[in-house]
Write a protein that binds this ligand. Sequence first.
Ligand SMILES: [Zn+2]
Length: 158
Amino acid sequence: MTLHEHDRAGYATALGQARLGAGEGGVPIGSSLFENGVMLGAGRNRRVQNGDPTAHGEIDALRNAGRRTSYAGTTLYSTLAPCALCTGAIILFGIRRVVVGEEKNFPGEFELLRSRGVEVVVIDDPKATALMEDFATRNPELWNEDIGVDQAQSDPRQ
Ligand SMILES: [Zn+2]
């Protein structure tokens, strides 16, 4: 795991966004996009706040960063391992480096990211793990909805 000098600010921004989301009653996942220590955009999961199923933290950060002709040299930060949706955006836009807070609550798509040449760095931050764990325990339906577990097809007796 290789953390760079600028990673502290990038990750702190993502964690701050996750906490903002928690305060709004949303899924507490925060993200940011930085280039050489300069913030290009930050965002948080807003699927509850906006009623938007694609408003994941990473997508929100990319939206807020606006259009770019190149993502070379950028790093995407996320408090949680990126899902298939966000991994798709990372690969599509050619983001080469992703720094992740934790992977305990959700394994994400590290294998896919790495197979496409993306450097994945996991901080293993207990603050991010606790934030997500607390939310998932108190809001199991919202959490399953966020990670794409089809609740109509899952057996409620299990
Ligand atoms: Zn996602």
